[in-house]
Design a protein around this ligand. Structure first.
Ligand code: FES
Length: 360
């Protein structure tokens, strides 16, 4: 077959051969109707499948709410060496499955039920004429009609119902945002740590008590309260996140120690909260020469030789310092809890006791 014959064979009136173009416009391939368009029974099955998937969504939403209240939070089990929390697993599975079913139903609707038509859009005219716009509007209306308008309403109803009932678990989960932060609740939670008078400072990896005489000038150690290791599970994690310390030893002659904090340190050994006062990242990038501590998250920099004041970055207040001393055996111990809440700021926080540059 000659080249011209091939070109002619590939084109119809909608895609005329243009002798100026190097490659022919191949046009749209012949439309192959879907099985669900050809077989009425298959179309009905697809329609029922979409409805069935959407009907399961409210069921799962209700099961999710029931699981929230029925399964105790401390029930766990172990599968192949991995620990699972039954409460979290049930909520995750039912909630996730509900969202997955909505997704599958939408894909199935679009693939099997909506109108199946291939359209080639010509590029040249950027704006359509009023006549073309009017003609397009007629086509859109016809498309809506052809997209199984009566079925569409039922599917949309089922979709709306499923998504609407899914709001229930979302509302129930709001209860897990924690207790209302009254002053009393704050005092017992975020404004308190397990540091107390006489609690030893221990190495956070070995859990061994730290002796003042073992720390050298220029050294930094991550530390925890000894009583942290009596806790387990969530209690352990919550208290660890508030109590973590960094201990540094500096030459006392090279640092500023305000009069009110003279007895908070032991021969240049100072203890600071490890939790950044910006948004709470753990910090331990210590620049020995400048005595600066750098937070890796947003580069807040604290001067540990000057009561932890901020010298750079978005943190708005100094790192809280823990008053320390030594016990009869020479081990570092706390003199009490932090005098200000550790970690990020919050609306109700009283900032009057925060250390500021120039305080004595
Ligand atoms: S959390 Fe430390 S600078 Fe933002």
């Amino acid at each position: 077959m000659s080249h011209d014959m091939v070109r002619a064979a590939h084109h119809d009136a909608a895609f005329p051969v243009d002798p100026d173009l190097p490659v022919d416009n191949p046009g749209i391939e012949e439309h192959v109707p879907r099985y669900t368009d050809v077989e009425v029974a298959a179309g009905n099955r697809a329609y029922r499948r979409v409805l069935a998937l959407l009907a399961l969504v409210p069921v799962l939403a209700i099961v999710n709410v029931v699981c929230y209240f029925a399964i105790p939070r401390n029930v766990g089990f172990n599968v192949l060496g991995t620990n699972f929390n039954a409460h979290a697993l049930a909520l995750g599975l039912t909630g996730g499955l509900a969202v997955l079913l909505i997704g599958i139903a939408l894909v199935s609707w679009g693939r099997d039920i909506m109108v199946d038509e291939e359209i080639a859009e010509e590029r040249h005219p950027a704006a359509s004429s009023p006549e073309e716009r009017a003609a397009a509007l007629v086509k859109v209306k016809a498309g809506i009609h052809e997209s199984q308008a009566s079925r569409r309403k039922l599917i949309l109803g089922a979709l709306g119902g499923g998504v609407g009932v899914l709001a229930l678990p979302a509302i129930v989960l709001l209860a897990d945002m924690g207790p209302h932060p009254t002053a009393a609740t704050r005092r017992e939670t975020i404004e308190r740590t397990i540091w107390a008078e006489g609690v030893r400072l221990v190495n956070d990896v070995t859990a061994k008590p730290l002796k003042a005489s073992d720390l050298e000038i220029g050294q930094l150690v991550n530390a925890q309260p000894e009583n942290l290791f009596y806790l387990h599970g969530t209690d352990y994690l919550v208290e660890k996140s508030k109590s973590s310390l960094i201990i540094v030893r500096m030459d006392p002659a090279s640092i500023k120690i305000p009069a009110s904090r003279q007895d908070w340190q032991v021969d240049g050994i100072l203890a600071y909260s490890k939790i950044c006062t910006h948004v709470g990242c753990p910090i331990s990038l210590w620049e020995q020469q400048t005595h600066h501590l750098l937070c890796p998250c947003h580069q807040s920099t604290f001067d540990l030789a000057n009561s932890g004041v901020v010298v750079f970055g978005p943190a708005a207040r100094a790192l809280p310092q823990l008053p320390i001393t030594t016990d009869a055996d020479g081990y570092l111990v706390a003199r009490g809890d932090f005098t200000v809440p550790v970690g990020p700021s919050y609306f109700e926080r009283d900032s009057s006791k925060d250390f500021k540059e120039g305080d004595q």
